[in-house]
Write a protein that binds this ligand. Structure first.
Ligand code: TXA
Ligand code: MG
Length: 312
């Protein structure tokens, strides 16, 4: 069975919510990347989700909510965490928080941890689906584990079409890279993953106290070095393509190939990154990538590129 791709409409969101109630798997658009949603409280559905993605069970999932109250059912927000949440939600920020006693997210989805990752996405289709379902959904990126995240419905179809129940097509994702993850589970707010919100803005929101997670222990297990990997070999910070290499440029570039943003706009580059990696990966074995300035969203872009280039 191949999943049906449906447009965003009240009746398709109602159908999707019904599939979630029955323990099914629904790909939904969010502003970052497409997520693979299932009922967060249903361990059988979560087991199916891990299976479909080929994802290791020790890697916890993010619970997605569509209201601040829903977040508070699941997690304990300190005053500072709530201030940050109100500042950036709905939007591309995930908070790791102590879980609440009232939480509905099953053990398997949390990988047994006593913390929980929560995100309130901005995309109206994600909000509409969660509201129609009435409960949090867990939603990892809707790609096979280790692959490049999907930013279009067609990417989900290619990776998971024969393993899931429905794909809601909300068009290309506006942000294009995953959410930033900040942990409020310890003493100091800590950035666990760079993402759709610039680090400087996050740091400002916590009065300059944001710690960067620098040691090698895996705090966010999805931060394994070779994540987001295409099949093709990537050569980063390249000046020019060599014989046999495809070219992925940034800013003004004289080389033939694709360009993340001819004007050197980092937000545009983030939006296009995964789609262009997928497109080149389908046709080439080697890809040379131009240098990307390591500022603003460039930090998250370079993080994803480094992981895509890494070989174990
Ligand atoms: O933008 C996004 O965050 C997308 C969209 C679909 O919302 N989702 C996403 O999910 O990127 P996923 O599963 O691909 O990445 C979630 C990351 C993983 O690295 C996981 O280890 C980390 O969040 N994570 C989840 N819960 C955690 C927790 N309690 N403590 C630490 N890390 C956690
Ligand atoms: Mg992922």
């Amino acid at each position: 069975m191949t999943a049906q791709i449906v447009p965003v409409l009240p009746q398709t969101l109602a159908l999707a919510a019904e599939i979630l109630r029955e323990g099914g798997l629904v790909a939904m658009p969010t502003e970052t990347v497409y997520g693979l949603a299932c009922d967060a409280s249903n361990p059988d559905a979560v087991a199916r989700l891990y299976e479909a993605k080929g994802r290791p069970h020790f890697n916890p999932l993010i619970a997605h909510v569509a209201a601040m109250d829903m977040a508070k059912q699941e997690a304990v927000l300190s005053e500072e965490a709530e201030t940050v949440a109100r500042h950036f939600w709905p939007g591309p920020l995930t908070l790791v928080l102590p879980r609440a006693a009232t939480g509905s997210v099953c053990d398997l989805a949390r990988a047994g941890l006593d913390t929980i990752g929560i995100r309130y996405p901005r995309h109206p289709a994600a909000q509409g689906l969660i509201a129609a379902f009435g409960q949090p959904v867990v939603a990892p990126s809707a790609n096979r584990s280790g692959h490049v995240s999907p930013t279009r419905a067609q990417h989900v179809m290619e990776d998971l079409g024969d393993r899931i129940d429905l794909i809601i097509d909300g068009g290309p994702c506006a942000t294009g890279i995953e959410s930033s993850i900040v942990s409020f589970a310890g003493e100091t707010p800590t950035l666990l993953r760079t993402g759709g919100i610039e680090t400087a803005a996050l740091n400002a929101a916590v009065g300059g106290r944001l710690a960067l997670h620098t040691d090698d222990s895996i705090v966010a297990p999805g931060q394994l070095k070779s994540h987001y990997a295409p099949d093709a070999a990537l050569r980063l910070n390249a000046e020019a393509p060599q014989e046999g290499e495809a070219w992925l440029g940034f800013g003004s570039s004289v080389h033939t190939g694709l360009n993340l943003s001819p004007n050197g706009d980092l937000a545009e580059a983030a939006t296009k990154l995964f789609a262009m990696l997928r497109a080149l990966d389908a046709r080439f074995d080697r890809i040379a990538v131009a240098p990307i300035p390591n500022e603003g969203l460039g930090e998250a872009i370079n993080d994803r590129l480094a992981r895509a280039a890494h070989r174990d």
